[in-house]
Design a protein around this ligand. Structure first.
Ligand code: BTX
Length: 323
């Protein structure tokens, strides 16, 4: 509810300080009983609160889940993630996001789950999304751009996720065109961009982001052991998923705002700084073809250019890349 958001924003701004029931009631414009009721609900949700007589309330520990309230406490964005739809377990957050998008939710709405039973990768592949260990979320955007520019948002998302991971863990991930984020050559993040469009006009873009955060090596199924990793495996530390989510939202909002004002160029430069495939001989498997050659870079639209042995430059819109 709006009231709950205002309450959490107040605690976000207060930092370590106590806030009195009276102060909160006046700030939000509700009764002290209503404040108390919300504090009780937060406690039930798993937050640990401290109530000190004559001083007020303080939140001393948050939940282990990635509920809307958990993400909201400490969130400083203005529209990305300000409207969160959380469920503990779902088939796929993409499915729910598609439904919400066609119902007309505000831009920046996020669907997030602690587990996906049938998480989706590209081309009908699966995305392994076990409970409480990763970030499984779908972001709904409504940019006023032509269809052909949609791939740029996949690249923008990759930059935002990399910046978030870098800030929280100190690790420096690499991006493999178009949508893989790797650490030490292993996949820690996948991005799936889907569209709702009519003719040439985008109605919504739904960006699915899957990040392996606290999985241990043995949590991955056998077929992923060699090629997947998590932030826990790479750092040896348990990472707060909610903190990482907030950090990614922050970076995303900055980049997306820049993109809408200045276009793809500034994003392209940032992206290239993290890209591993550029300048290398790669093999690109598209749905119909295999193209082998040197990855020259991406076009201003975000399309990959590969020069084959005969010197012909292919423009690749979607493929799997082997380095
Ligand atoms: P992709 O097609 O590039 O990658 C899928 C492939 O990656 C799989 O075939 C498998 O080999 C491997 N894989 C599966 N699970 C994992 C994992 N947890 N870690 C590393 N590698 C894995 C990438 O597709 C796009 C993934 C998007 C996932 C998000 S999660 C939230 C949203 N909801 C949803 O259903 N999908 C998106």
């Amino acid at each position: 509810s709006e009231l709950r958001k205002q309450l959490l924003d107040a605690f976000t701004n207060a930092g370590e300080s106590y806030l009195s029931g009276q102060y909160l009631a006046e700030l939000i414009g509700c009764s002290r009983t209503a404040v108390w009721k919300h504090m009780e609900e937060l406690r039930k949700e798993g937050f640990e609160l401290e109530a000190v007589r004559k001083k007020g309330y303080r939140i001393i520990k948050t939940t282990e889940k990635v509920t809307a309230d958990e993400i909201m406490l400490g969130l400083t964005t203005s529209f990305i993630g300000r409207n969160i739809h959380y469920e503990e377990s779902v088939e796929s957050t993409q499915k729910i996001a598609h439904r919400l998008a066609s119902q007309g939710v505000p831009e920046g709405t996020v669907v997030i789950a602690d587990e996906q039973k049938s998480g989706k990768g590209r081309m009908n592949r699966n995305w392994h999304s076990p409970k409480y260990t990763g970030i499984w979320m779908s972001l709904i955007l409504k940019p006023n751009i032509p269809l052909t520019k949609a791939p740029q948002l996949t690249l923008l998302t990759a930059v935002a996720v990399v910046q978030g991971i870098e800030e929280i863990t100190g690790l420096i991930p690499e991006i493999k065109w178009p949508n893989d984020i790797l650490i030490a050559g292993k996949k820690v993040t996948g991005i799936l961009t889907e569209l709702q469009a009519e003719a040439d006009q985008i109605h919504s873009i739904i960006i699915g982001i899957g990040i392996n955060v606290n999985q241990k090596q043995e949590d991955f199924p056998l077929e992923l052991q060699e090629k997947a990793s998590s932030l826990f495996i790479e750092t040896g530390k348990t990472i707060s998923r909610a903190e990482l989510i907030r950090c990614i939202f922050m970076h995303f909002e900055k980049l997306y705002t820049l993109y809408l004002e200045k276009g793809f160029m500034p994003i392209k430069l940032l992206w290239e700084g993290y890209a591993v495939s550029i300048g290398k001989i790669i093999k690109a498997r598209t749905l119909t073809d295999v193209i082998e050659g040197e990855a020259l870079g991406i076009t201003d639209e975000g399309v990959l250019k590969i020069e084959d042995q005969s010197g012909f430059v292919h423009q690749v819109y979607s493929a799997d890349i082997e380095l």
